[in-house]
Ligand binder design. Sequence first.
Ligand SMILES: C[S@@+](CC[C@H](N)C(=O)[O-])C[C@H]1O[C@@H](n2cnc3c(N)ncnc32)[C@H](O)[C@@H]1O
Length: 412
Amino acid sequence: MRLTITRLARLDPACEDASGAFPSRRPRSALRESRRPRSAVAAGTAALGLLVSPALLAPVSGQGLEEFFGTSGEIVRGTAPETRLYWRSHLERSRERILHAANLAARREVATVLGAGAGSELPLAELAGRFDRLVLVDLDGRSMLRSLRQIPRHLRSRVDLKIVDVTSFASALIESITRAVESSSSAAESFQRLGRILDGLQAGEPPDLPPSDLVVSSLLLSEIPRYPFSYAAQAVEDRFGIAIQTWERSEEFYRRLVEVAVDDHVQLLVDLVRPQGVIYFSDTVARGLVQHFDDLAVRRAVEARAAPHFIQLGLAGSASDVPPAMNRLCRAEHSPMTEAAAFERLLSLYRDAEDRFFEPLLPVSALRDRSTQRGLVLRDSPTSWWWLAYPCRIRSGSGAFLVSNWILGLRD
Ligand SMILES: C[S@@+](CC[C@H](N)C(=O)[O-])C[C@H]1O[C@@H](n2cnc3c(N)ncnc32)[C@H](O)[C@@H]1O
């Protein structure tokens, strides 16, 4: 196994947990830490008995970027096991689709997984078995050690862990945000400086990654803009006790981050994939339910349409039992698989009823346009499914994600 840590990654933003909540605090060490004996990754790597060059383990000024991403990874890893039971079908479908994409690649030399994290929805052992080299890329090194544990020891020599920014702009942007906030004496001044950053925001140099026969980008793109935004929000709040939402350009800032991230990511996919290679791109495109309880008429209609399914699952004896049956979900009266089937049905019915019950997370049409403009074509029909990230919150807030995936390649 080889480990690469990019020094560019000097400061640290946060991965949101699946519920949409960022880690509550930006690690204080992010801005000031200059001395740590060795990184958590280094410690974990040693624990796995892996050989890593001592130069890579040297303390790095501002190594907090890794820590910031690590904090986020910890939140996701900390999800209760009973909640994870509901994730099963999402994880299985995701692994199956990635292996299907892998089968379409003409060659088996290099597979690169962007935003690999802890690899929960990735078939890493199989990919390491099928490809000569498996490159895992993320800024959260601690999570990637979990990815590595999925891979049998005898295949680990094929794996490269790269603790690297997958974008051409996020690390540099976070550095600029830090400087802007730290050098301001008021929130107003920091917003002015952030405004100048926003006006000049553009892509930079892409990461140095190998040409690949399979490129996997799974649940990554929608996260990319959240990190620098969350970092800016925490920096302003830590220093001035003010919410970034009080800045009149905060929404514009986020929208622009999304735009730049989409462009940047599509370009990276195009640059990385070999001519006969395959890209597996999947992401959470919408989150729900939102607002559904405000609308009793829709709720009643959904309950009525859910009745045959609830009866078939043994959750209700007749249509009139559906509302109480819904109230009994998540009380450990039924198996998570049965409940997952019921939740999936409810979500699809709400989705059919009205789009407004779901918050879009990605500008899918812009993504499609960019991909086409840059010469990407579909290599298989897209598919979608529900990820019941926090099913027991679905009825009171938003707990599920619509995951869509596309298998792509370069136009001949
Ligand atoms: C939702 S998680 C992906 C989950 C992962 N695919 C799995 O199977 O567990 C998003 C990942 O993207 C990573 N990430 C977000 N922005 C990044 C960036 N600019 N550079 C590198 N990694 C980034 C986060 O650290 C996180 O591990």
